[in-house]
Write a protein that binds this ligand. Structure first.
Ligand code: ZN
Ligand code: FE
Length: 243
């Protein structure tokens, strides 16, 4: 078994998170998406890490907008969804559902999770019990359906829900309190959700992140994980859009 990877998380823009994943053994470092290059560069310098790879979850500017700057600066290779190659700047390695690759002795599995965008992928590392889920799911929420259908999002969330309960989910935005306010309108009597929100409020009061969450926590409290059908998920998503 390979030495564990270090994960470093830091805020970018207003509510995005930047993530670095680093092997203390090989020195390899990847960033998950490129929200705010200046913040990512500062984080790398603070740790004395050199960026070797960029792992894109999807094409939106707050996720892939810093690709070229970081690629040019560090010579990092860019991984992302092949289906979105025309929209991901500097894409070097095209990935698709079921693909995997090795990073510092750890196997990284690719799952396509369309819904928020068509070419959305997540990076799942079983040895770290960790998944970087981009804008597919958030703590107590899911991504807006900009490009995909409720059926696609239902299936995508189903894939994430099927991961082991103790899998940590690193979502790309701090949206938990506003998501939770809406979730409570869907299931006002869900005690797990009530407890989750109390904990989240306490963390935000201390300016602490509520990310990562876990598969187990979302299955108990997230209305989009709890939707029984794609149709129901679509209704909840629409209500959230108008909330
Ligand atoms: Zn997005
Ligand atoms: Fe985003």
């Amino acid at each position: 078994m390979s030495a564990p990877l270090d994960i470093h998380m830091f805020p970018c823009f207003w509510d995005n998170y930047g993530f670095l994943i680093h092997s203390p053994v090989t020195g390899e470092t990847a960033c998950i998406d490129t929200p705010e290059p200046d913040k990512i560069i500062l984080a790398l310098e603070g740790k004395d890490w050199q960026l070797s790879e960029i792992w894109n979850t999807h094409h939106h500017p707050d996720h892939a907008g810093g690709n070229m700057e970081l690629k040019n600066l560090y010579g990092a290779k860019v991984r992302g969804c092949g289906a979105d190659k025309s929209r991901i700047p500097g894409l070097d390695i095209e990935l698709a559902d079921g693909d995997s690759f090795m990073f510092a002795g750890h196997k990284v599995h690719i799952m396509e999770t369309p819904g928020h965008t068509i070419g959305h992928i997540i990076y799942y590392i079983p040895t770290m019990k960790t998944a970087f889920v981009g804008d597919t799911v958030f703590a107590l929420g899911c991504g807006r359906l900009f490009e995909g259908t409720p059926e696609q999002m239902y299936e995508s969330i189903g894939k994430i829900a099927a991961l082991p309960d103790d899998t940590k989910l690193y979502c790309a935005h701090e949206y938990t309190l506003s998501n939770g306010k809406f979730a409570l309108t869907v299931e006002p009597d869900n005690q797990d959700l009530i407890n989750y929100m109390e904990e989240a409020k306490a963390r935000r009061d201390q300016n602490l992140p509520t990310v990562p969450t876990s598969v187990a926590a979302e299955k108990k409290a997230n209305p989009f994980f709890r939707a029984a059908t794609a149709k129901q998920l679509g209704k909840i998503r629409k209500a959230k859009d108008n909330f």
